[in-house]
Design a protein around this ligand. Structure first.
Ligand code: FRU
Length: 494
């Protein structure tokens, strides 16, 4: 593998300075050059978070997958490390697809899918690579460790990918995404006592005909007394405001039966309500906290940074801290991010009635805005973010219907998708809790992540044709601002 890996790392070093920075995020993880998709191998290893990602360094489009690699102490500042995996063997020659990491006795194990296409026939098998130092990985001589032998009559080898490995009691488990013979999503589970020899254990969960034709990137973990299975279905059918993107993300909340290896679903919902969020993966932090990162982009849509030949495409979301509340996965920004925010204005206790509040130069490229509003006497609020003469990102909350919408219509370069109807906005059901709506807005150049009431999130990208930084708050009825805090990002104080 060394030759293919060295070629990729040398290419990156020699060419990364040619990448055009205009739309690049600063406090989100991106590849130095080229294409990025799913987060992989998210793990806390020897005092630091490591995050790998699906990566093609040579172009700003998807290609034979490598694993890019970065590490961070606080999930905000990232240090790039050499590319960790490259397609090099007969079992992974067309790509090292998504997977996970686990630390055992000081060694770091990466589990990934070897993707091969021979005469049009796709073969996807599970493989492992091991490292003593967390940087250099060796593919195991027994690869592939899970393949046709394990799934005969259960799943097609052409759609069998994205292993997530974890330990429970004295056993290692691996969940893998696949589909049934009649094209419904399916997650399989395998187990092993030694990380290398695996047995089929169970069909963990099967979808129905409305829940997509293939499931991708499963992750199974315990949280706040519940078992949680997250995964990314292709083609799940819309349900109310949910699942409007071509590919979606779902959290199943329920209980595991470890005797039978079956997951009993109690509730399910879309994980993020925005246009650009896919393939999330979680990791357990040092204090047992459950952090989640996702790809901040979407399949089936054009990517302006590629079309404009900027030499890159894709970014990770902010990693988020997860909890369960009322059988729902809730998410908060990573706590380390607040060390980077320098507040520049704080307003409190202000009544606005049928009027507009204009704040200039608020949404700078790296900026933060918190709005804590009492909307009990409000009909509607509209926020225009990153406003320039050319457009803005519009956030609208209708109090009666409790619907929050984020729209990028008319803003910047057009982004079109494979959706049946051109999708410019997404909306979410959001209850004002005790009449309160709390929005925390994180802008990083071409992305906005909105955290709502400390529980929900909506993630969107946009590529402006004209830079905008003003914010306009329009209130129909009356609203009380309990708190408006704005801030800019600075280097962290050490
Ligand atoms: C999800 C996915 C995975 C696959 C990877 C390939 O976005 O399709 O199922 O392993 O991307 O890059």
């Amino acid at each position: 593998m060394l030759e293919v890996l060295n070629k990729a790392n040398t290419f990156t070093k020699e060419n990364e300075s040619s990448v055009i920075q205009d739309f690049r995020n600063k406090y989100h993880l991106m590849a130095p050059i080229g294409w990025i998709n799913d987060p992989n191998g998210f793990v806390f290893y020897e005092g630091e978070y490591h995050l790998f990602y699906q990566h093609y360094p040579y172009d700003s489009v998807w290609g034979p997958m490598h694993w890019g690699h970065a590490k961070s102490k606080d999930l905000v500042s990232w240090e790039h490390l050499p590319i960790a995996l490259a397609p090099s063997e007969d079992y992974d020659k067309d790509g090292c697809f998504s997977g996970s990491a686990i630390e055992v006795d000081g060694k770091l194990y990466l589990y990934y899918t070897g993707h091969v296409v021979n005469d049009g026939a796709v073969r996807q098998v599970q493989c492992v690579a091991v490292s003593e130092d967390g940087i250099h990985f060796e593919k195991h001589p027994q690869n592939p460790i899970v393949d046709e032998r394990h799934i005969e009559g259960i799943a097609p080898i052409a759609d069998f990918r994205d292993p997530k490995v974890f330990k429970k009691d004295d056993m290692y488990y691996m969940v893998v995404a696949t589909k049934t013979a009649d094209n419904r999503g399916q997650i399989l589970m395998f187990n092993s006592a030694n990380l290398i020899d695996w047995d089929f254990f169970s069909i963990l969960l099967e979808g129905d005909e409305h829940q997509g034709v293939m499931w991708e990137c499963p992750d199974l973990f315990e949280l706040d007394g519940k078992d949680v299975l997250i995964m990314s279905p292709i083609g799940i059918q819309p349900r109310g405001h949910e699942f409007k993107n071509v590919s979606s993300t779902v959290a199943f909340i329920g209980q595991m039966d470890w005797e039978t290896g079956k997951f009993k679903v109690e509730a399910d919902h879309e994980i993020d309500g925005g246009l650009d969020f896919y393939a999330p993966q979680t990791c357990e932090g040092p204090k047992g906290e459950r952090m989640m990162s996702a790809w901040m982009q979407m399949w089936g849509r054009n990517m302006p940074s590629n079309e404009l030949k900027h030499g890159w495409a894709g970014s990770m979301t902010l990693p988020r801290e997860l909890h369960i509340q009322s059988n729902r996965l809730i998410q908060k920004p990573p706590h380390g991010i607040y060390d980077y925010i320098q507040p520049t204005e704080k307003v409190g206790d202000l009544e606005i009635k049928d009027q507009q509040l204009i704040k200039e130069q608020v949404m700078l490229d790296q900026s933060y805005l918190k709005l804590d509003l009492d909307v009990s006497a409000t009909k509607q609020i509209q926020l225009e973010l990153a406003k320039s003469a050319a457009g803005s990102l519009k956030v609208t909350y209708d109090v009666a219907s409790e619907v929050l919408e984020v729209s990028r219509e008319g803003l910047g370069y057009e982004i079109k998708g494979d959706e049946p109807v051109h999708l410019l906005a997404r909306s979410m059901q959001v209850s004002a809790i005790g009449g309160r709506l709390i929005l925390e807005i994180f802008r990083d150049t071409s992305s906005v992540e909105i955290f709502i009431n400390n529980t929900l999130a909506m993630t969107n990208t946009f590529y402006e044709t004209e830079k905008g930084s003003d914010v306009v708050l329009d209130v129909l009825g009356s609203a009380r601002i309990h708190e408006l805090t704005r801030g800019v990002f600075k280097d962290k104080d050490h």
